[in-house]
Design a protein. Structure first.
Length: 375
């Protein structure tokens, strides 16, 4: 993950609007980041009405178009600055791939992730699911010609982490009024600092006390997400080489929270008194990165401390949930292999310039579960 300032310089998004209005959201310069926006709606997949009047060309645009010499000089100057370069084209196209394909998946398959995988409806779960689909796209982008592939991979990851930071700040450092999100607001998790629905619909504004977490908390959280991104990518890259057994294990560790790794706690018996605070263990998956010094970690204490993530071993009364995990791992293994094979058949031209709909992921709940059930 690159520093935010460097990401913004790489994207050069302030010049993007005039080139791909029909494909990418027009750029607008905000106080803290460059954002792509094309509509006022915050829900994924919506767009402006076609009846809206076209935006009137600016004075500079009219002057350039009225003079061939001025237009030629302007285009030459833009080329010197890198506008239209493979890196900048990749940045704009990768934004479409991220927003329209990867970032949509937690919301599209919400029932599967929450009900079948037992993931809590938290931002951490949203990050994990989106991270998986960013990785799937990254695998395909590696196969692009080298002069394009490295730009597309870096741009996709840049957009991912800019969006993640934007969402983290919306929770930890909310503003009133709330700025438009980098991509869209997700229904997968709830932002506790978002404007209440009834208040937003009525247009009324009430004075709210907003939390203002220090930047060091945001920075630490972004480092944690960076390590999770790197860990998932390494685990799934290894699984591609070693086979489906390793892939299922990577799914269990990275998506399902490695529940049951420390052993399953069964009920003591029907006559046993109910526990007011059921004991649980959570998996501590530290690799000694930038955030935590593993040598100083008390794993027993960390494993039995509730980190409020919602991902921990099932209590004795819910041990039957473990019985569904083999089928879930089979479904996800089939899904990942199927999607990688499908993406491999998409021509390079369609990835870089074609219709992004050809890259849209299938639905786990509809396509994959039905196939694996018949096997």
């Amino acid at each position: 993950m690159l520093p935010r300032a460097l990401l913004l310089r790489r994207l050069n998004a302030a010049n993007a609007a005039a080139h791909l209005r029909s494909t990418v959201k027009p750029a607008r310069l905000a106080a803290s980041a460059v954002r792509y926006n094309s509509n006022a709606s915050t829900s994924p997949g919506t767009s402006k009405s076609s009846g809206e009047p076209a935006q009137k060309p600016s004075w500079l645009t009219r002057q350039i178009e009225s003079s061939p010499a001025a237009k030629s000089a302007f285009l030459g100057f833009a080329k010197v600055l890198g506008y239209g370069s493979p890196k900048q084209l990749a940045a704009r196209r990768a934004f479409v791939l991220y927003e329209k394909i990867a970032a949509m998946k937690p919301d599209e398959d919400k029932a599967f992730w929450l009900n079948d995988c037992y993931l809590p409806p938290t931002f951490q779960s949203w990050f994990t699911v989106t991270n998986l689909h960013v990785w799937l796209l990254t695998v395909r982008l590696r196969a692009l010609p080298p002069e394009h592939g490295r730009h597309y991979q870096q741009a996709l990851i840049d957009h991912f982490f800019i969006d993640v930071e934007d969402r983290v700040r919306a929770v930890l450092q909310p503003k009133d009024p709330q700025p438009e999100p980098y991509t869209f607001e997700s229904s997968f998790y709830v932002n506790p600092n978002a404007l209440p629905k009834d208040e937003a619909e009525s247009g009324e504004k009430r004075k709210r006390k907003l939390s203002r977490a220090p930047d060091r908390i945001v920075t630490r959280q972004m480092k944690i997400f960076k390590e999770q991104w790197a860990g998932l990518g390494l685990a799934f890259d290894l699984a591609l080489v070693q086979g489906d057994q390793e892939l299922a294990a990577a799914i269990w560790r990275n998506l399902l929270g490695a529940r049951g790794a420390q052993g399953i706690e069964y009920p003591a018996g029907t006559a046993a008194p109910a526990q007011p605070n059921p004991s649980f263990r959570r998996t501590v998956n530290l690799v000694g990165g930038e955030v935590v010094n593993v040598e100083k970690v008390d794993f027993e204490k960390e494993a039995t401390t509730d980190d409020n993530s919602g991902v921990h071993d099932f209590p004795p009364a819910e041990v039957d949930k473990y019985l569904t995990y083999p089928q879930v791992m089979l479904d996800l293994t089939t899904y990942i292999r199927q999607e990688l094979a499908r993406l491999d058949k998409v021509p390079d031209h369609d990835i870089m310039e074609g219709d992004w709909e050809k890259l849209r992921f299938t639905r786990v709940t509809e396509d994959v579960k039905g196939k694996s059930a018949k096997q």
